[in-house]
Design a protein around this ligand. Sequence first.
Ligand code: ATP
Length: 329
Amino acid sequence: MSAVAVEGLLKRYGDHEAVSGVDFSVEEGEIFALLGPNGAGKTTTMEILEGFRERDGGSVRVLGRDPGTKADGRWLRGQIGLVLQDIAIEPYLTVRESVARNAGYYPAPRGTDEVIDLVGLGEKRDAKVKDLSGGQKRRLDLALGVVGDPQLLFLDEPTTGFDPNARRGAWEVVRNLRDAGTTILLTTHYMDEAQELADSVAVIAGGKIVAAGTPDTLGGRDSALARIRFALPRGAAIADVPLAVTDAEDGLVTAEAEEPTAALHRLTSWALDRGTPLERLTVEQPTLEDIYLGLTSSYAQQDASSPSADRGRTPSPERRGRRPGRSRR
Ligand SMILES: Nc1ncnc2c1ncn2[C@@H]1O[C@H](COP(=O)(O)OP(=O)(O)OP(=O)(O)O)[C@@H](O)[C@H]1O
């Protein structure tokens, strides 16, 4: 059974259709990343899955239940963990008190100290929340999201504001959770994060899924042409280059190749025969970011000029100030 199954999901705000028939599924035990430009519909979709927003159409199953119904929604609160941006945390509690308090909302929580160590806040155990740095607060958010030992964890941009070391630490925590059996659904704007963490990804743009797959195969990435670049050797003409040249600017030649091994062999043999080195030689497959930008650039422009983009949104206050298991619906 899929941990999350979404079919034909629809959500309108007034006459603006924010989510227009979205389908995807998240398998048990995987890390799934929902990617998309600002205003694409990620938060709306996540809030519907978490039971904080009503949908206008389509079917949604989370751990086999419908988060849109009262009884299932209540049950789900005890099974899912949330890590959001700017969650409301009491500033005068210590780290330990905050985590222990959240643990009390769940039927079978993890140990408070274990979770504090897991997110790397051991040395800040007795510090007050108000005295934590921005990155440390985000680690505390992560601790609060996982202390209930959830079957399914929602992570909203989990490493925004982290320094590079802290990001790697957080990735390790997320991978460990997955390896211990937690299913994880995250949103991120960092393609390296999706590449590092996600087993599956889906790209949403303009309220629709525009591509889905693994980070390595998304949008035909695995079969995309390799890009070979090098400085044109002194005395050589573009027409002499034994590859299909697609671009030549400032003396830097770009060629694309289906079989980079054979193409490089031809190219380096040519250069060696001429007795001229190939300076600035690089070979690149498109990165996840290249593929993502290709899929979403037109939507990003569209969104920036759409009237709804600056309409201002009402955040879901229940979601932000959420006390697990006690939320009113
Ligand atoms: N409460 C609301 N009322 C009216 N419009 C809204 C509301 N919430 C979201 N929207 C609109 O719905 C669209 C999708 O918004 P959503 O927050 O789901 O996007 P997102 O993908 O999470 O974006 P971001 O990456 O910026 O967080 C946007 O055009 C947004 O302006």
